[in-house]
Structures are given as structure tokens and as C-alpha cells.
Ligand binder design. Sequence first.
Ligand code: ADP
Ligand code: ASP
Ligand code: MG
Length: 411
Amino acid sequence: MALIVQKFGGTSVGTVERIEQVAEKIKRFREKGDDIVVVVSAMSGETNRLIDLAKQISAEPVGRELDVMVSTGEQVTIALLAMALIKRGVPAVSYTGAQVRILTDSAHTKARILQIDGQRIQADLKEGRVVVVAGFQGVDAQGNITTLGRGGSDTTGVALAAALKADECQIYTDVDGVYTTDPRVVSKARRLEKITFEEMLEMASLGSKVLQIRSVEFAGKYNVPLRVLHSFQEGPGTLITLDEEESMEQPIISGIAFNRDEAKLTIRGVPDTPGIAFKILGPVSAANIEVDMIVQNVAHDKTTDFTFTVHRNDYASAFKVLEATAAEMGAREVSGDTDIAKVSIVGVGMRSHAGVASRMFEALAKESINIQMISTSEIKVSVVIEEKYLELAVRALHTAFELDSPSGKGE
Ligand code: ADP
Ligand code: ASP
Ligand code: MG
């Protein structure tokens, strides 16, 4: 008998009918004799609806109160699913994050899980109950409700699987696995049988929202067997694994991720002296703004240009900070651009292949797509391009790296 943690995302519990379908599915698993802990998200659209309500009161709602409110979305679905299970004769009980005691830090709206008390769940499992836990939420040491950041139910699922030493964590969603790129953007995207934690972590952090980054971090750290599957279609899904097989067939790149959430800022004509990066980025980081890509150009006339990207939500504040810095340093001008997108190719196969970046640049050049910024690491190459070319770029790269599915139907 195995212990399985199953997480169902927002669209999978988006209507009462779907919740009934999920209950049927869980019932079938139970009949095989497995112990099941279920984690659910709020009904699709509900978290956005709640955030919009808060924004009608205040443009920047207080994090503590926002968490009290958005956590209600998951409280509704746990109860509905438990009712649907009980109706089918499957003993079930629902718990909020605080009731389990999913202890987090106090960073409202982006809290980190510190500890999970598995006792209550273990006791229920022993009694033969299916335990339904609210995703995305926890409680801090002072008893305040916290949430784990958008997409955080994935992390609840994996963290519970780690804490309970589950045999597998299954993430059920509206696609049948992890694809070479978002199948909603590239119809020729292919489902991957397997992907390494390392690659999945890069994909997630570079914009593939199929799994929340922290869930992958947890799974890698605690070696939780993790699988992404379709909620309502049979199939093997995608296994996220530790091993990096040295097979001849290993592709150079495993996937393409993209992100429309960044904006670019440039400060021109800054004196090229030691400490300049710190002078420019110090105040940005002091304003709690995270910087992603950075480019500093070579100076010709003792002045240089400095460009970096931030999350689009931080663009206006970053611009203000930069204007203040520019005035102080006597820089020539500050400019910015929000119509950019970042496209990244990811793959452990890059380690053993030369020329991957130039193949990427060639594919983009063929489509006359201008590259504005580049950054590389051992297993990824990212470029910033004009947003309107994003889909074209992703499709061109997908073809150039021979990732297209032969049938064009994702298999
Ligand atoms: P859930 O509500 O179940 O958590 P999400 O919307 O968070 O679902 O994640 C699933 C979505 O992720 C898919 O519908 C798909 O559009 C998107 N996605 C982005 N990149 C990928 C990828 N590489 N493989 C599969 N899905 C991806
Ligand atoms: N309901 C939350 C969100 O929409 C958490 C999740 O779905 O994973 O972000
Ligand atoms: Mg999600």
C-alpha cells in the first residue's frame, strides 16, 4: 500500500461537476488500497477575483489582510471535495493550512514553509480517511494566516509529500505533463517522459508556470518523486527525476521557457568608475526590487550605459529610483521599455555541446528578431526580445532545436 499526495489545480476543481469528477477519481485510487492525501487549489479564477476585490478597497492592500482573504478560495474547495467524497461513501476530512499546522515564516503573500506537522494527517489516514488539505496557505508562529505566492498549491503538495514521506506526489492539472514549451503557445510542443529537477527548476524560474518554482526546489531537496499528470485523461504524465541519463538520444535542450513579466531600464552616460554597478543597483535593491538580467556596455568616453530588467510590477518604482540615482551621478538619461519578453532555452545537454547559443542566435536572426540582452548559465541561454516577436521566437527555436512533435499533436 502506497501513500500518495495528489494535488488538483484550479481548473480541475473549477466547477461543482469537476469536483465530483475529482472525487470519483480519488475513490478509484482508494479502492486500489492506497492512502491518499489531496491538496486542492481554489476554483479557477477565484484567487484573481478575491485580489480584485481587495484592490477596489486599496491599491496596495496590507499583506496580512490579503492573506486572510485569498486563503478563503481554498477553504471552499477542500470542504466541497470532502463532501463529494463522503457522499460517495469515502470517509474524508478537510483541513486548512493552519489546522494541519503548515508553519511558515511571516512574509505575507510569499511565505515559505518552515515545518509541517504530519501527526493529525497520519492519524486520519490510519482511520481510513482521505485527507483533503487546502493548498497555498499556512500559518506563522503568531497564528496569522499566510499564503505561499501564486501557484503555491504545488508547493503545499510537494512539501506535504516530503513531510509524510509519501511514495509519490502527483500534480494533476489541465495538461497531460510537462511539455517542451507551453503547449498553448506552440501546438507542436511535445510531452516529455522525464525531466530532471535541475531543468524543471530552470524552466519554472524562467517562466513555465506548470509548476511553482518552490515546489520543484522542495522536490529536489527532499528527493520527492514528482509527476505532472492530466486530471481527467489517463496517461503517464511527466516524471521529474534526479537522474541525468547519459544516453545518445539525450536532446541538447529539453525545453523553451518564456516570460512576459519583465521590463527593461537603461541609464545612459554614467561615469565609468569602480563601484558604478553598486551605485546604480544598491538603491534598487534597497527599494526591495529584484533585478534579473544586467548588461553594462564598454565605455568609450569614460561614460557607460547600464541596462537591467525587473518584474513589470516593479517598473514604475524602479524608474523613480533610477531617476534619483541619475540626477545624483550626473548621468545623461534614464529610459525604459515594458514591451519586452524573455525567451530561454534549457537543457542539461548543453554542458556537453558547444555552439548551442550561436544556434539559438542564428534561428532568431533568420526570423529577423533583434536580441536586446543575453544571459547564460551552465544549462540555459536567455535572450530579451521585443514582446511582439515572442511567439514567433519560441516557435522558431522549437523547430531549430528539433523539438517539434512529428504529428503536430503533442506526442
Ligand atoms: P493549475 O491550475 O492546475 O495549477 P496552471 O495554469 O498553474 O495549472 O499550470 C498549467 C498550465 O501551465 C498549462 O495550462 C500550460 O498552459 C502552462 N504551461 C507553461 N509551460 C508549460 C510547459 N512547459 N508544459 C506544460 N504546461 C505548461
Ligand atoms: N489559488 C492560488 C493561485 O491561484 C494557488 C494555486 O492555484 O496554486 O495562485
Ligand atoms: Mg498552478
